[in-house]
Design a protein around this ligand. Structure first.
Ligand SMILES: CC(C)(COP(=O)(O)OP(=O)(O)OC[C@H]1O[C@@H](n2cnc3c(N)ncnc32)[C@H](O)[C@@H]1OP(=O)(O)O)[C@@H](O)C(=O)NCCC(=O)NCCS
Length: 201
C-alpha cells in the first residue's frame, strides 16, 4: 500500500499501519523537494511510484478539501487505518479511507463517512453522523446525536452538545463549546461558540 501525502499526519498513519503489521511501501507527494520521509522513499507521481490500479492507499493529508479533490482523482483502493487502541462499537459504520487514531472512542450507531480523520483521543458519542472528509481533531468531544457536515473541521479540544447540527465545510475553533447549530461554511469559536466572521450573528 502507499500513503498519499508526506506530512506529519502521514507519519501518524504510518505508525498505525506499522502497529497493524501492514507494510507501507512508499509515500507519494507532489513536492519535488522531498525525496525521503519517515524512512520511506517519496515518489512524486503515481506513475513514478509504479502504483497499480486498485492498490491500497490512504490520503495522508490534513486538508479536508485536498482529500476530497484527490479522492475524486485516484483510481486506487482506499482502506481504513484504525489504531489498535481505538474503541469502536460493533454497530459503527466507517467509510473507506478514514483514519481513527490512538485512544479515540466511537460509540453505538455512529456513521462516519469516507476519508475522515478521527484524531487522537477524540470521543464521538452514540448516533452521531459525520459526513465525508470531516476532521475531528484531538481531544474533541461530540455528544450524542451530533451531525457534522461534509468537509467540516472540528478544532482541537472542542466540545459539541447533544443534537447539534454543524453544516458542511465549516470550521469549529480550538476549544470551542458549540451549543447551537452551525451553518455551512461558518467559522465559530469560543464558549459559547459564535461566528467569528460575522460578529453580528
Ligand atoms: C478558529 C480558527 C480557524 C480561526 O483562525 P483565523 O481565521 O486565522 O482567525 P484569527 O486568528 O484571525 O482570529 C480571529 C478572531 O477570533 C479569535 N479566535 C481565533 N481562534 C479562536 C479560538 N479557538 N477560540 C476563541 N477565539 C478565537 C481571535 O482571538 C480573533 O479575535 P479578535 O478579532 O477579537 O482579535 C483558528 O484559530 C482555530 O482555532 N483553528 C483550529 C486549529 C486546530 O484545532 N488544529 C488542530 C489540527 S489537528
Amino acid at each position: 500500500m502507499l500513503l498519499y501525502g508526506a506530512s506529519g499526519h502521514g507519519k501518524v498513519i504510518l505508525d498505525i499501519m506499522s502497529s497493524l503489521s501492514v507494510k507501507v511501501r512508499c509515500f507519494v507527494d507532489d513536492n519535488p523537494d522531498i525525496q525521503n520521509f519517515a524512512g520511506l522513499i517519496v515518489h512524486h507521481t503515481l506513475t513514478e511510484a509504479q502504483a497499480l490500479e486498485g492498490e491500497d492507499y490512504i490520503i495522508s493529508i490534513g486538508s479536508n478539501a485536498v482529500r476530497k479533490r484527490l479522492a475524486g482523482q485516484l483510481r486506487l483502493t482506499a482502506v481504513l487505518a484504525i489504531h489498535p487502541s481505538a474503541v469502536l462499537s460493533p454497530s459503527v459504520k466507517v467509510g473507506e479511507g478514514t483514519v481513527v487514531m490512538a485512544n479515540a472512542s466511537v460509540n453505538s450507531d455512529v456513521i462516519i463517512g469516507r476519508h475522515c480523520i478521527i484524531n487522537t483521543n477524540a470521543s464521538v458519542d452514540h448516533d452521531c453522523i459525520l459526513e465525508d472528509y470531516v476532521h475531528v481533531s484531538p481531544n474533541v468531544a461530540l455528544a450524542g446525536n451530533v451531525t457534522v457536515g461534509e468537509g467540516t473541521h472540528v478544532g482541537i479540544g472542542a466540545c459539541v452538545l447533544q443534537g447539534v447540527r454543524i453544516g458542511s465545510w465549516a470550521t469549529v475553533g480550538a476549544g470551542a463549546v458549540v451549543i447551537r447549530d452551525v451553518p455551512d461554511k461558518a467559522v465559530v469559536a469560543g464558549n459559547p461558540a459564535r461566528d467569528i466572521r460575522n460578529k453580528d450573528l
